[in-house]
Design a protein around this ligand. Structure first.
Ligand SMILES: [Zn+2]
Length: 323
């Protein structure tokens, strides 16, 4: 099993279903909630294994293999696809199919949000008439994506996201390229992506392969580090000129870098250096200045002057906190 599979297998939703099974109290239907599409599909499958596999989802037995091959799984929708009433009718018809060698079968629908209201109402009828040997595993980004009448019949399993360490481990396994790319250190790229993803696997995957993100991150961190003298302020601000039409990206990145300084996790490269020049009070005050600059941009104030006064403000905050 991959690191991602391992982490999902130990996640609270999977543990909950394994416990339900051990107690002989498997629910008729589960609603798996996470906004991360890639994670939701994998987690739904893992939960089907937790419910059906005699070892609670070993990943090796015949039952687990069948689930991996798509057996027991009636409907899956790829992102953007729609589930129609006809699809649901096919599923419902199949529910009563008995040519099946296990004691329980699972139906997995990973993207309930792709099912329109009419189709969901059709589907509800099946949920209302529980068949004893069937477990429904439904996935959605939020409870609001599902009719209230469906959500209320399901045991809800919210996936709260990954820890930074878990994302680092997953990326270490899944990031194929060698030690360096564009002169960037692989471990640092991974640590930074894991730290800036705030628990989301999809975001971490996107960040690890995004060279623009890596460059802007390194630039903003370096400017914050070198912001020590008002005489050198213009020189530092000039380095941001390639982003003059995308000041929002600079503000978002400044916020991300500052938030990492508050994060208690282990620091990497640039963040480690920055932590020695910012204390907690100056980070908090600087974050306030970023928020103020964002409000100015929203009110259509001049973007360049908002950026200039932000970095002047951060320089002052750093200076004041040092005394
Ligand atoms: Zn198994």
């Amino acid at each position: 099993m991959s690191v991602l599979d391992d982490v999902l297998r130990d996640s609270l939703p999977c543990r909950t279903v394994r416990e339900d099974k051990l107690r002989g109290r498997l629910n008729h239907s589960y609603l798996v909630l996470t906004e991360d599409d890639a994670v939701r599909a994998k987690l739904c499958k893992m939960i089907a294994k937790a419910a059906l596999c005699p070892q609670g989802g070993c990943g090796k037995c015949g039952v687990c293999e069948k689930i991996d091959d798509g057996a027991y799984v009636a409907l899956t929708v790829e992102e953007g696809e729609k589930l129609t009433v006809e699809d649901v009718e096919r599923l419902v018809g199949d529910t009563f199919f008995t040519g099946f060698d296990g004691d329980v079968k699972a139906y997995v629908v990973t993207n309930m949000q792709g099912m329109n209201e009419r189709a969901q109402n059709k589907f509800l009828k099946t949920l209302e008439e529980p068949v004893s040997d069937i477990v429904f595993v439904l996935g959605a980004p939020s409870p609001q994506a599902v009719l209230g009448t469906i959500a209320s019949r399901c045991k809800k399993l919210a996936f709260e996201g990954f820890s930074r360490e878990q994302l680092s481990d997953i990326l270490q396994e899944e990031t194929p390229w060698g030690a360096a790319r564009d002169g960037l250190d692989r471990d640092e790229v991974i640590d930074r992506a894991a730290a800036c993803a705030f628990g989301s696997y999809s975001r971490a995957k996107m960040l690890v392969s995004d060279g623009d993100f890596a460059r802007l991150f390194a630039l903003v961190a370096d400017i914050l580090l070198k912001l020590t003298d008002s005489k050198k302020l213009d020189e530092q601000l000039a380095r941001l000129s390639p982003y003059k039409n995308d000041v929002s990206a600079v503000l978002d990145m400044t916020e991300t870098v500052l938030e990492l300084l508050l994060d208690g996790g282990e620091a990497f490269g640039a963040i480690k250096q920055l932590r020695s020049t910012f204390d907690t009070a100056s980070v908090v005050n600087s974050l306030g200045l970023v928020a103020a600059a964002k409000r100015k941009i929203e009110r259509n104030c001049n973007a360049q002057s908002a950026l200039d006064s932000l970095f002047l403000g951060i320089l002052e905050v750093k200076y004041l906190c040092r005394r």
